[in-house]
Design a protein around this ligand. Sequence first.
Ligand code: FMN
Length: 174
Amino acid sequence: MTPARRLHPATDESVLKRAFSCFPSGVVAVCRIADDGRTPIGMSASAFTTVSLDPPLVSVCVRNGSSTWPTLQSPTASLGVSVFASHQGEICRRMAGPPDGRFEGVHPIVGESGAVFVPGASAHLQCSVFDEVPAGDHVVVLLRIEALRSDPAVEPLVFHASSFRALEARRAGV
Ligand SMILES: Cc1cc2nc3c(=O)[nH]c(=O)nc-3n(C[C@H](O)[C@H](O)[C@H](O)COP(=O)(O)O)c2cc1C
């Protein structure tokens, strides 16, 4: 039997963050037009998961201290979720930076609903807020997909161990 390495207490946040970073994920932008009717607002999030086919649901976990989420959040708002493509690491970082510069160099696609999408992303999901579930220092936001377009041939951005990575195909199919 292989001797196991010591388990650390989960109370150590840095140990916890390190373990979470082992799980690779895609990264999305969640964006819409602000209530002024013209300014695009949004944020990057890697804590994104597909949830349900019927109804069509995805989830995003948002930190409780986020100043952007309260501006995006609204029971009537339409939110655009863009799944970043592999070459969009810079845009992803910018969308997590100072709010004024988040759309610098991006010509966002603005839907009639007010949902905002990043061009060149591998999927665009037009969503409404389905539910919000408090979960520790985050809120799990369930989003209902109202309409979408996608292209799996567009290589996705992968976030792992605090770095952006690319996927490597091993064989066709699953
Ligand atoms: C790669 C990456 C992934 C991120 N994932 C999340 C996430 O899943 N949830 C979250 O609340 N913030 C996430 N952030 C941070 C937000 O994008 C943003 O920087 C943060 O919410 C602070 O801005 P705010 O106060 O305007 O919300 C991520 C940032 C980066 C660069």
